[in-house]
Design a protein around this ligand. Structure first.
Ligand code: DQA
Length: 154
């Protein structure tokens, strides 16, 4: 839910609800709940709330972004495999036009060829791949410090 404070969106796509269980040798042992908590802790230092959402369904993610995107300070998104083929999600990100960092826990470029193509690249601000859970934290710091800077500049 959006709140009176500024808020950052944290969206995770298909199968990321399985973090901590799924392929720990690739994705580590941290759960999604722990990631959300870490991002919340960073945002709290900036007095920004976090509105988080995970879904295995592209359309539900689009519904969420259309509802909460307007007015958000920024978006951290790990689209999961939608990164490789999610053209409706791509169009949605272009439409809502938020400062957005795409995060991949694993280095997708070192993995199977189908993971090398990232369809959201041209509609996100930046991408962080292969840094594990730190990717979410770095994305939060970057989006929030930029947001604060923009607020001061007016
Ligand atoms: C992932 C990489 C994707 O290729 C994969 O489908 C995922 C996780 C990552 O965080 O490394 O589900 O987005």
């Amino acid at each position: 839910m959006a709140s009176a404070n500024p808020y950052l969106l944290l969206v995770n796509g298909p199968n990321l609800n399985r973090l901590g269980v799924r392929k720990p040798e690739v994705y580590g042992n941290t759960t999604l709940a722990e990631i959300v908590q870490r991002v919340r802790a960073i945002a709290a230092r900036y007095q920004v709330d976090v509105v988080d959402f995970q879904s295995n369904h592209e359309g539900f993610i689009i519904d969420f972004l259309q509802q909460h995107g307007p007015g958000a300070a920024g978006l951290i998104i790990n689209p999961g495999a939608l990164a490789h083929y999610g053209l409706a999600l791509r169009d949605c990100l272009e439409d809502i036009a938020l400062p957005t960092i795409e995060v991949h826990i694993s280095n997708v470029h070192r993995r199977e060829p189908f993971r090398h193509h990232l369809v959201l690249s041209a509609v996100v601000t930046g991408q962080i791949v292969g840094l594990g859970m730190a990717g979410y934290e770095l994305a939060a710091e970057q989006l929030l410090s930029q947001f604060m800077h923009n607020m001061k500049e007016g």
